[in-house]
Design a protein around this ligand. Structure first.
Ligand code: ZN
Length: 263
């Protein structure tokens, strides 16, 4: 490689008199990507210049499919609707959401993130103790997880379930939800192999974008249909608006459709 680099530099010098020679591993991206490439008659083309060899190349991600893959759970299968809360458990918001659910006498599904479970196992225990359903939401909310190699997807999901069961031994985790809803057929397949159904949603009021509580309430009311799965968040940021919307959202859904836990 050294000889090649030297040769490239020497050849390049003939053309680019002022260009610095990036040999010896100290090259900069600018030096290895000149505006006019050196003549390469004597050299086979290098696949990719890598001035900093210590940094591994970025893994190639498989493309996202244009359509959602088959096999997603998107409705409850009954007339009743289901509430799902993502990105927790969170010490600021999850207890308050649990209080609201308890007051309304409904149960929900919590799509939990592994790193959050590790930090707040007591909250996970409360979620389970109060009769809610669990859903694996990846180890660290990796939006690109579904696009990674299958072995990496599997390791992430297994690690997350292991953390859940460290907090609640023998916890049932019947669902997986891909962060961002960025599903691929591969992640659905891995989840299935791990006995988890892939849980999408029907109604997304986009509470993560911090609309007002009134907007969240209006969006849910407008979009909810029999059997809807409603996506809300109890973690991942300030959830004051979600919390403020909870009481009315839940009351409205109970009145119009009935609320049931996913099974
Ligand atoms: Zn999420």
């Amino acid at each position: 490689m050294r000889h090649r680099a030297l040769l490239a530099c020497l050849t390049g010098l003939a053309v680019l008199l002022v260009a610095g020679c990036g040999g010896g591993g100290g090259g900069t991206p600018a030096a290895t990507a000149p505006s006019s490439p050196p003549p390469s008659a004597a050299l086979p083309p290098e696949p990719a210049p890598s001035p900093t060899r210590a940094v591994p190349p970025k893994p190639r991600l498989r493309p996202l499919p244009a359509k959602l893959p088959a096999g997603l759970v998107r409705t409850t299968g009954t007339a009743k609707v289901a509430l799902t809360f993502d990105d927790g458990p969170d010490p600021a918001w999850t207890p308050k959401v649990l209080d609201r659910l308890k007051a309304a006498k409904v149960t929900a599904t919590f799509c939990v993130v592994g790193t959050q479970v590790r930090k707040h196992p007591g909250l996970l225990r409360r979620i389970v103790r109060e009769g809610h359903q669990l859903c694996n939401h990846s180890w660290n909310h990796d939006l690109d997880l579904a696009r990674r190699p299958v072995a990496e997807i599997r390791a992430d999901l297994v690690r997350t379930n292991r953390e859940i069961r460290r907090a609640v031994p023998k916890a049932k985790v019947p669902f997986y939800r891909q962060p961002g809803g960025r599903w691929t057929a591969e992640v659905v397949k891995v989840a299935k192999q791990l006995d988890m159904r892939s849980l999408h949603w029907t109604v997304d009021p986009q509470d993560w974008a911090k609309p007002t509580a009134a907007t969240i309430e209006k969006r849910v009311k407008r979009s909810a249909r029999p059997g809807a799965v409603v996506l809300l968040h109890d973690g991942g940021g300030n959830r004051a608006a979600t919390l403020a919307a909870c009481a009315k959202v839940i009351a409205g859904l109970k009145r119009d459709h009935g609320v049931a836990r996913l099974t």
